[in-house]
Design a protein around this ligand. Structure first.
Ligand code: TYM
Length: 329
């Protein structure tokens, strides 16, 4: 059975982009893959953080993922399994600075003020490669924004294999959904929906109430034209395209089918139908998340069990990698 690994930063409640780009596919893959899902708390401290918020958000994200259908034994937090840090260090010594300099995420996050960011943010992709390769996972369900990181992980694996003269780390494959791989902000169709956007109106999070969803969709930026009947009509209309994409992905159909239904109409009726759809699909997740959050001890024990499972797979692999580089074990 093919092994699947994926991760999410517990830096806030997962949003609709995380759900459509990643989480929903994680849930589906569980039926016929050996899946491991990780709350990457070590990645979350590559940007400034508050320890108390990190604790709360790790539990909040765990609750959300379980509520969305992730199997409890498959879920853990990264820092609880030492294989990540150990292999991450080895990869810091395998990856080349030139490779890291090409990473667009570092450029986006660091902006003009590079000197003032943590070294951790710079080597973020090496830790991400370690996350995956510590499990010899081969299929990585992610949104479109992680593609470059997956390519780098393959470069690292190849260089490791070449330098050590072995065929130890497998080639990995990004598993990107055909639709909604990049859900955009509700306020600006040129920006990705993101946890770090200062405007809460820019994203729908999985714990939003029906009223919050309705308000955010009502306020979502659109344009004055009615919806087109053909897909080409969305080419220059990023906000309209984003809402149609969300509608199609949530109802598991195509944007073309949605336009057949709503083409020629204004946004009023479309937005109201989209709200109903989102509420119907997301409200059960929000209710179950709130329920799970009432028992934090249970959530902690779920993560501990998941960590044991993750350790049992990654420990022999990372020990072997340590032997290959010449560490005495
Ligand atoms: P993170 O926490 O930013 O996002 C988690 C997952 O959600 C996807 N995603 C989106 N998909 C569609 N539209 C969006 N607007 C959107 N925003 C986020 C992301 O592509 C991702 O799949 N570096 C990773 C976490 C990570 C990881 C890993 C992933 C660490 N180690 C190993 C896979 C394998 C990240 O920051 O994801």
């Amino acid at each position: 059975m093919q092994r699947v690994f994926s991760g999410i930063q517990p830096t806030g409640i997962p949003h609709l982009g995380n759900y459509l780009g990643a989480i929903r596919n994680w849930v589906k893959l569980q039926s016929d893959h050996d899946c491991i899902f990780c709350l990457v708390d070590m990645h979350s401290i590559t940007m400034p953080w508050s320890p108390e918020e990190l604790r709360q958000q790790t539990l909040g994200s765990a609750a959300c993922l379980l509520a969305a259908g992730i199997e409890p034994t498959r879920l853990y937090n990264q820092s609880a399994v030492s294989a990540h840090a150990r292999l991450g260090w080895i990869f810091n010594c395998v990856a080349r600075l030139g490779w890291l300099n090409r990473m667009t995420q570092f450029k986006d996050k660091a902006g003009k003020n590079r000197e003032n960011h943590s070294a951790g943010l710079y080597v973020y992709p090496n830790l991400m490669a370690a996350d995956i390769l510590a499990f010899h996972a081969t299929r990585i369900p992610v949104g479109d924004d992680q593609k470059q990181h997956i390519e780098l992980a393959n470069d690292i694996a190849q260089k490791f294999n070449h330098d050590m003269g072995v065929d130890f780390f497998p080639e990995i494959e990004a598993f990107i959904p055909p639709a909604a791989a990049r859900v955009m902000s509700l306020r600006d169709g040129s920006k990705k929906m993101s946890k770090s956007d200062p405007s809460e109106q820019s994203r729908i999070v999985l714990t939003d109430t029906a009223d919050e969803i309705a308000l955010k969709i009502r306020r979502a930026k659109t344009d004055p034209e009615p919806l087109p009947s053909e897909i080409d009509g969305l080419a220059e209309r990023p906000e309209a395209r984003n809402l149609v994409t969300i509608y199609a992905a949530m109802s598991e159909t195509t944007p073309e089918a949605i336009l057949q239904q709503f083409g020629g109409e204004g946004f009023g009726q479309f937005k109201s139908a989209l709200t109903d759809l989102l509420v119907a699909k997301l409200a059960p997740v929000a209710t179950e998340t709130q329920h799970l959050l009432k028992n934090k001890d249970h959530l902690i024990s779920v993560l501990r069990t998941g960590a044991e499972h993750a350790r049992s797979i990654s420990e022999p692999i990372v020990q072997e990698a340590e032997k290959l580089v010449g560490f005495i074990r």
